[in-house]
Design a protein around this ligand. Sequence first.
Ligand SMILES: C[S@@+](CC[C@H](N)C(=O)[O-])C[C@H]1O[C@@H](n2cnc3c(N)ncnc32)[C@H](O)[C@@H]1O
Length: 413
Amino acid sequence: MNVAPTPENPQADPQREELVDKLIAQLTELGALRSGEVEAAIRAVPRHLFVPDVPLAQAYAAEDAPVVKRDEHGVVISSVSAVRVQAMMLEQAEVRPGMRVLEIGSGGYNAALIAELVGEGGQVTTIDIDRDVIDRARRLLSETGYERVTALVADGEEGEPGRAPYDRIIVTVGAWDIPPAWTNQLAEGGRIVVPLRVRGLTRSVAFERRGGRLVSREYELCGFVPMQGAGENRVRLVLLHDEDGAQVGLRLDDGQQVDVGGLREALRQPHVEVWSGVTIGGMEPFDNLDLWLATTLPDYALLTATPAARERGLVTSASPLGTSVLVDGDSFAYRRIRPTSPERTAFEFGARGHGPEAKAVAERLVEEIRAWDRAHRADRARYEVHPAGTPEDRLPAGRVIDKRHTRVTISWP
Ligand SMILES: C[S@@+](CC[C@H](N)C(=O)[O-])C[C@H]1O[C@@H](n2cnc3c(N)ncnc32)[C@H](O)[C@@H]1O
């Protein structure tokens, strides 16, 4: 593509302007963009100069996350996040002029957006555990005129005490826990937006600091590269089947233990299906149903499978996000959906059970789907983060998930 917008005049190129107009319209339609401030920041920052290796149209694609670095196995460990996710998180953060902001996980572009939002009177610090990422971010920030962003090499686990307190902390890497440094370096009433993983499900949660605890204001579905360093904590995958590319596994989180042998045997047994009568429109999201199941079912996991496993009829879904599962000893059941008409405009939820208690486990899962439908379909959950060791009677009612540094609670109205 023949374009030559310069850092001095990034808007000069009419092709870029057209792409940005399209992007803004798309982000607004997706609900990621909600304010004039974030829109102005996206218009101002030349994203293509932060991803110089990708074509112009790709640089302004809502869902594209150009890779910055892979590990020795080819797994992505650093990327410039998709602009849809960046816009969504900046809206969640409500960044205002004059604020002091810490970004954990750098790429350059998002820090430049934050610099636009806080203005000349604000302060932006971005940290990354990887020196190559920081060197790249510094170079690009300087080339585009955002030298006032401070980019430092540091493990996010410790935050950046030297420039605290912060009015906002925006974490742009997948986190399993909230280390004490984040809460301590946040001003009272300040906001932290973090892609937090609980029971295998990641949501970008906007929390407000209230003394020693964090209370959620809102959350959105998202996915991020996992944290490295002191806070690293990956989901554990146990395989229930592995033959000629047909793999079925369970993703386990928060130190969960299961009877792997029993569950492998269960998958080999004939299944039982139970349907709920609860339906959903073809375009309606249902990530909140999964969060409901994760918080109400006693032993929750995520089923993953390769397309080959689905084609061989071992499972009915090969969703990359994973499918909600209730595990009970040597039996398990997972959530299913089926179209209710040939036009596939609506779908019914159900469950497929395996193992000696297949029917009972599938019925238990369906019972929770019905409970969600009856009373919680329009509800939003509330996350709270309390320091580890907080006694049970000082926690809100709901599911308690123990992490290393904290006790996370999820409650429903
Ligand atoms: C998705 S990228 C960040 C994208 C960036 N905010 C942007 O402008 O698009 C995630 C980054 O987190 C970094 N990271 C991983 N673990 C970290 C840690 N413990 N502390 C700081 N950074 C970390 C990775 O090196 C990677 O560069």
